[in-house]
Design a protein around this ligand. Structure first.
Ligand code: SDX
Length: 429
C-alpha cells in the first residue's frame, strides 16, 4: 500500500512528509525531518496539535467523551475492577489472571512501608506547609533511600522502582496529612486492601480501634481508578521529559507532582471546592458565570473545561455518582456545596458561552465534594490526585524508557529577541 504523505509548500518549494495512522484517533504527520529538509520548525505553544509520542496505554476521544485504558472503558474498570488491578493493566497491558492479580496485590502490599529515617524529613517542614510541597520534597528524596532501584537500564530495577512508587505513595501521602494535622504517623497494615489501608493511615489514631467503612473504601478505590492515567496531560508529559534525560524514576515522579499542583491541572480539585465555598449559595451563581465569561476577568470556573474533552468528561459522571453514594452513606443530606455544584452545572450547560466553547464539568468538579465528605481537608485533594496518578506516570515513563527509538526531548523555539549586538561599557550606557 503506497504510503500516505502530506505536502508542505512554501513559495516555490514543496516537501512530502509521511502520514501515520494509529489504531484509534487522529492520524499524525511525521515531521521529524522538517528542520533537516526545510530549515524551519513547527510552532505549537501548548502543544494543541502536537503528538509527542506513540503510546499503547490510554486513549481519549474528546468529542465522544471516551476514555480507554489498554482498550477497556473507564466506566467498566471503575464498575467491575479495583485500583491495583487497574495498575497491573496500565503497567503490563492486560488484565491480570487470578494468580497474577494475587501476586501483584501482595507485592504491592509488602512495599508499603517507607525507610524509617524518612520520618525525619517531615520534621523539617513547618506544620502549616501545603501537603503538596511536602510531597514534592519527600518523593524527590526517595532516590536518596532506594539506590538499588535507580538504574533505569536494568528491567528488574525499573520494575522494583515502579512497585515501590505505587506502594509507598499512600504511606507518604498519609504521613504528609498526619504531619500537617499534628497527629502521629500510622503504619500500613498488610491485612487491609490498598484504599482501606490508605484511609486507615489517614484517619486512625493510636487511642482507639478504627474500622474502615467498606462503602467509603470502595468509593476511595474508585476515585483512584478515575485518576490513574490520562494520556499525555501536562504532568505526564513532564515525567516523560524528565525521564528522557535518564533521570531516576523517583525524581521524575517528583517533577510530575510539581506540575500536577497547578490550578489549571490537578490543583483544580482544590480550586473548585474553594470556588464553590466562595459562591456559597445558588443565588450568587449568575455573578460567577458572568465573571467566567468576562474576557477582562482572569476568573475561570474551576472544574470546567478541558483541553481534550469537548463533551462531558466520562470520569466526571462516575465521580458525580460516587459523590451521591458517599454523601448518602454518611447521611449527609442537602450538602450546600453539592447543591451549588449541581445548580452551577445546570446553568452552565444551558449557557450559550459554555455551549459554544464546549465547556463541561471535568473530573475535578465533583471530586472535591466527595473528598471533603470523606474527611480530607481541601489542601489534601491534589495529593490524592498525585497518589492515584503515580501509576499512570510510572506506566508512561516505563513505556518511554523501553522504546528503542527514545531520545532526550529537546524542543526548539521561534526567537524574537535582540539580534547580535556588541557589549557597551557601563560608562557609555
Ligand atoms: C485536569 O490534560 C488532562 O488530561 C488533564 C486532566 C488529567 O486527568 O490529567 O484531565 C486533569 O487537569 C482537568 C482540568 C482541570 N482544570 C480546571 O478545571 C481549571 C479550569 N479549566 C481551564 O483552566 C481550562 O479549561 C483548561 C486549562 C482545563 C483547558 O484549557 P485550554 O484547553 O488551554 O483551553 P483554553 O484555555 O484555550 O480555553 C478555550 C476557551 C477560552 O476562551 P477564548 O480565549 O477562546 O475566548 O474557553 C475558555 C477560555 O477562556 N475557558 C473557560 C474555562 N475553560 C476554558 N472559561 C471559563 N471557565 C473555564 N473553566
Amino acid at each position: 500500500m503506497t504510503e500516505k504523505t502530506a505536502k508542505l509548500t512554501i513559495g516555490d518549494e514543496s516537501w512530502d512528509f509521511p502520514v501515520k495512522a494509529g489504531t484509534l484517533g487522529p492520524e499524525v504527520v511525521d515531521i521529524g525531518a522538517l528542520y533537516k529538509n526545510t530549515d524551519r520548525f513547527t510552532f505549537d505553544p501548548g502543544y494543541t496539535s502536537t503528538a509527542s509520542c506513540e503510546s499503547d496505554i490510554t486513549f481519549i476521544d474528546g468529542d465522544k467523551g471516551v476514555l480507554l485504558h489498554r482498550g477497556y472503558p473507564i466506566e467498566q474498570l471503575a464498575e467491575h475492577g479495583d485500583f491495583i488491578e487497574t495498575c497491573y493493566l496500565l503497567l503490563y497491558g492486560e488484565l491480570p489472571t487470578k494468580e497474577q492479580n494475587e501476586d501483584f496485590h501482595s507485592r504491592i502490599t509488602y512495599h508499603t512501608m517507607v525507610h524509617e529515617q524518612m520520618n525525619r524529613f517531615f520534621t523539617g517542614f513547618r506544620r502549616d506547609a501545603h501537603p503538596m510541597a511536602i510531597m514534592c520534597g519527600v518523593v524527590g528524596a526517595l532516590s536518596a533511600f532506594y539506590h538499588d532501584s535507580t538504574d533505569i537500564s536494568d528491567p528488574h530495577q525499573r520494575m522494583v522502582a515502579s512497585l515501590r512508587m505505587i506502594a509507598k505513595m499512600p504511606t507518604i501521602a498519609a504521613m504528609a496529612y498526619k504531619y500537617h494535622i499534628g497527629q502521629p504517623f500510622v503504619y500500613p497494615r498488610n491485612e487491609l486492601d490498598y484504599a482501606s489501608n490508605f484511609l486507615h493511615m489517614c484517619f486512625s489514631v493510636p487511642c482507639e480501634e478504627y474500622k474502615v467503612n467498606p462503602v467509603l473504601a470502595r468509593a476511595m478505590d474508585r476515585i483512584f481508578i478515575l485518576h490513574a492515567d490520562h494520556e499525555q496531560n501536562a504532568s505526564t508529559s513532564t515525567v516523560r521529559l524528565a525521564g528522557s534525560s535518564g533521570a531516576n524514576p523517583f525524581a521524575c515522579i517528583a517533577a510530575g507532582i510539581a506540575c500536577l499542583w497547578g490550578p489549571a491541572h490537578g490543583g483544580a480539585n482544590e480550586a473548585a471546592l474553594n470556588m464553590l465555598a466562595e459562591i456559597g449559595t445558588a443565588d450568587r451563581i449568575p455573578e460567577f458565570i458572568d465573571r467566567a465569561k468576562d474576557k477582562d476577568d482572569p476568573f475561570r470556573l474551576m472544574g470546567f473545561g478541558h483541553r481534550v474533552y469537548k463533551n462531558y468528561d466520562p470520569r466526571a459522571k462516575i465521580m458525580q455518582k460516587t459523590t451521591h453514594e458517599v454523601l448518602s452513606e454518611l447521611g449527609i443530606k442537602d450538602d450546600p456545596m453539592l447543591e451549588v455544584a449541581m445548580e452551577l452545572e445546570k446553568i452552565a450547560l444551558t449557557d450559550e458561552y459554555f455551549i459554544e466553547k464546549k465547556l463541561y464539568p471535568n473530573i475535578d468538579f465533583y471530586s472535591g465534594i466527595t473528598l471533603k465528605a470523606l474527611g480530607f481537608p481541601t489542601n489534601m485533594f491534589t495529593v490524592l490526585f498525585a497518589l492515584a496518578r503515580t501509576v499512570g506516570w510510572i506506566a508512561q515513563w516505563k513505556e518511554m524508557i523501553e522504546d528503542p527509538k527514545q531520545k532526550i526531548g529537546r524542543p526548539r523555539q521561534l526567537y524574537t529577541g535582540a539580534t547580535q549586538r556588541d557589549y557597551i561599557a557601563v560608562e557609555d550606557r
